[in-house]
Design a protein around this ligand. Structure first.
Ligand SMILES: [Zn+2]
Length: 417
């Protein structure tokens, strides 16, 4: 009897812990610190980012899409940020350079999908570059349905009185510090649901000095700033019933020769890394080189943002924090035949549904109509299908949907003459 009583008490105790955990409000901060390739990260002194990775997880990652395919994406700053905040490569989001000429807002940002699902949740941007909010997120533009950022701290680089410009852009070092300080304070005091912090000066120093003492010094400096934000999150978690996911990453690597510039497709320019403060990573995170586009579904999963099918079907990444089934879908098509292959994350036999569409209505802002053309056991890992593309079609959009998520690819149609 006594034993039974003890187990009942223990059971009630654990139920109450589970209930408390599930009542916690999830919040996210992602930090982009500019232009630190994975090899240079390993050579730098970064105790704060290391500690975040040790607490949760750390992995190497890539930017730049898939080399030699339509998804190939320039390893340029704004291009990389936009891949993170839209979960897509450049063939969709359409930001090819830092001029941000014509973003395709029909691929919504994290801020937009959060506000669409939960209009009362709060967003914040702390940034050493104004364009992140005004152009990439597209705050208050008709094309983004006037998406609102509830709090921003940015544009300091335009205040030349307070921050006189100098040829080595040292004023941006001071702005990074202001941005991080404000982020830490605002997060601690207000606790917005989704925040983006952007720190720039590591990239400027690399452009001038390449791999050098100056560069390693600025990486250590940025790391200390990131530490203040990580501390603010810890303090906030202690005094609230909130659960904070902190993701720290970078937007591109550096040129192999001297570490100065970037923009092309070398291994070093494509090589980045991701650190997360929560040990909720999946096997895919642990075993693979993940991609910058995986951050979007990781955040939407953590914040429990329901994604409409037409948006989920366009995501080029997979979540790093829940069970996934498949990844790396690829295909070739010649005339009326298409071959698809994919990787599988587990050993279970499950049905995957394959959908196709010959049009690309999402690009124009309307919904694609997909047709189900095959159901197949995921463990087959490949399938051959008959297709019947209209004459003018160059690509078929293919979606492979499994129990937990979907992946997609654009298959080029090769025509036998
Ligand atoms: Zn950059």
């Amino acid at each position: 009897m006594k034993k039974n009583l003890t187990s009942i008490v223990l059971l009630l105790f654990s139920i109450s812990i589970i209930a408390q955990e599930s009542k916690k409000t999830n919040k996210v901060v992602f930090i982009l610190v500019d232009g630190i390739s994975s090899d240079l990260y390993y050579k730098s002194n970064t105790p704060n980012i290391d500690a975040i990775g040790k607490e949760g997880g750390f992995t190497e990652a890539y930017v730049g899409g898939k080399r030699g395919t339509i998804t190939e994406t320039p390893t340029i700053s704004a291009v990389g940020y936009n891949s993170l905040i839209t979960g897509t490569w450049v063939h969709k989001h359409n930001v090819f350079g830092n001029e941000i000429k014509k973003p395709n807002y029909n691929y919504p940002t994290l801020f937009r999908v959060l506000k669409d699902a939960y209009p009362n949740k709060k967003t914040a941007i702390f940034s050493t570059w104004l364009d992140n909010r005004t152009k990439l997120v597209g705050e208050n533009l008709p094309a983004t349905n006037h998406v609102k950022i509830d709090y921003h701290f940015d544009g300091l680089e335009l205040d030349e009185e307070r921050f006189p410009h100098d040829p080595y852009k040292k004023y941006l070092k001071r702005i990074d510090a202001e941005v991080a300080r404000e982020a830490a304070n605002h997060i601690l005091n207000e606790g917005p649901d989704l925040s983006w912090v952007y720190l720039e000066h590591s990239d400027d120093v690399a452009h001038y000095y390449g791999e050098s003492k100056e560069f390693f010094d600025i990486v250590a400096y940025e790391d200390a700033l990131i530490g203040t934000i990580a501390d603010a999150i810890k303090l906030r978690e202690q005094k609230t019933n909130e659960n904070w996911l902190l993701i720290v990453t970078t937007d591109h690597g550096r040129m192999p020769s001297d570490g100065k510039h970037h923009g092309f497709q070398s291994h070093r320019e494509r090589s980045i890394w991701v650190a997360m403060n929560k040990p909720i990573t999946n096997d895919y995170f642990k075993k693979n080189k993940v991609a910058i586009v995986d951050v979007f579904p990781t955040i939407t999963n953590f914040l429990n943002i329901p994604l409409p099918k037409n948006i989920a079907y366009e995501l080029d990444g997979v979540p790093l924090n829940k069970q996934i089934d498949v990844f790396d879908l690829e295909g070739i098509a010649i005339d009326k035949k298409m071959q698809l292959k994919w990787m599988v994350e587990h050993k279970k036999n499950e049905i995957a549904k394959i959908y196709i569409t010959y049009a690309n209505k999402t690009k124009e802002g309307t919904k694609d109509e997909y047709q189900l053309i095959e159901e197949v056991d995921v463990q087959k890992k490949e399938v051959q299908l008959k297709i019947n593309p209209p004459k003018q079609t160059n690509y078929i959009k293919v979606v492979l949907e499994t129990k937990n998520h979907s992946i997609n690819t654009w298959v080029k149609i090769n025509k036998n003459k």
